[in-house]
Design a protein around this ligand. Structure first.
Ligand code: KPL
Length: 316
């Protein structure tokens, strides 16, 4: 099976590194300086400590800034995993369109809402599966990937149907790679559950400039997080998502405890002067809330503040 990782950053790097230990053929897509950094190999620090080095010969590297895809990879991949930042989904979807074989499937494991729709607009709904992940990772300035927490990769068809043969083989491959895949008959629920965590943790830790663990040490921050999460849950339910019985506080505490030493991805983006994923997180909650008549004042404030910080860093 040939798998393309579109956006070989922190999480994409974890996936590439784990798949490198399987029989999969790998194509890694990265951009500019990030591509240069992994040209000769990809270093991954596992959650348990030891570092694994994946030699550059183990994958076919594409620098997406260097013009059109090489003929040799066009139409050749069985799976395209969209793992880049939320803002790159459109450009990565067009690569997915070119790189996938006829029966190939594309899956987004990114944070936020709306990725499946963007990907489907390029490859068609029949070739899209939904995804979400609870693995956590960050990448340092030398391009090394630090896998900070083992989690799962949730996958599921958008209409809840059974997986096709390519998708089933892909799930087995992720299992073999130790990435702990979980098939879900309600993938939208998993995407929303992850969104609820992201709106609770990402903007607040990014604005305060603290590691995730600070949320449980500062009661005032904890209260803001829970409120942002509650609003997202109300919007999810009003959108028809069956979240089931969910104890927000218990769920948030579990994730914050497991990732207490993490600098949330939004904080890393701000520290590096990059645009954040705020529009796909609080922005998505606010706009869906507006359409459904559900007030989301906490998400509105967080959206405004993060946009303000982005502007202060001279982003257009
Ligand atoms: O998804 C994450 C992120 O940093 O974007 C969490 C789960 C909050 C871990 O830091």
């Amino acid at each position: 099976m040939k798998v393309a990782i579109l956006g070989t950053g922190a999480l994409g790097g974890v996936i590439a590194g784990c798949l490198a230990d399987t029989r999969a053929e790998l194509v890694c897509v990265s951009r500019g300086r990030s591509a240069e950094l992994i040209e000769s190999g990809l270093a991954i620090f596992t959650p348990e400590g030891p570092m694994e080095m994946i030699p550059g010969e183990r994958y076919f590297l594409i620098d997406s800034e260097k013009g059109p895809l090489e003929e040799i990879v066009c139409g050749s991949c069985d799976v395209a995993i969209v793992a880049g930042k939320a803002n790159s989904t459109s450009s990565l979807s067009s690569i997915a369109e070119d790189i996938l074989s006829e029966n190939g499937v594309a899956v987004s494991i990114q944070n936020g809402l709306g990725h499946a729709e963007i990907i489907a607009s390029r490859v068609g709904w029949d070739s899209v599966i939904g995804g979400s992940t609870t693995h956590s990772a960050w990448r340092d300035g030398e391009g090394s990937v630090h896998w900070t927490g083992r989690g799962s990769i949730f996958l599921g068809t958008m209409d809840g149907s059974e997986p096709d043969p390519t998708t089933s083989e892909f799930v087995s491959l992720l299992e073999e790679a130790g990435l702990n895949p979980k098939w879900s008959s309600d993938i939208e629920k998993e995407i929303w559950r992850k969104l609820m965590i992201n709106v609770a943790i990402n903007p607040i830790c990014a604005i305060a400039g603290v590691r995730n663990g600070a949320l449980s040490q500062i009661p005032e921050l904890w209260a803001q997080s829970l409120e942002a999460m509650r609003e997202a849950g109300s919007v999810a339910r009003a959108s028809g998502i069956d979240l089931g019985v969910m104890d927000n506080e218990e769920y948030l505490r579990k994730v914050v405890t497991a990732t207490s030493e993490n600098r949330v991805s939004m904080l890393q983006d701000l520290m590096a002067g990059r645009k954040t994923e705020i529009d796909f997180l609080c922005g998505a909650v606010v706009s869906k809330g507006e359409k459904l008549g559900i007030p989301t004042p906490r998400n509105e404030v967080l959206l405004a503040l993060v946009r303000g910080i982005e502007m202060s860093q001279h982003h257009e």
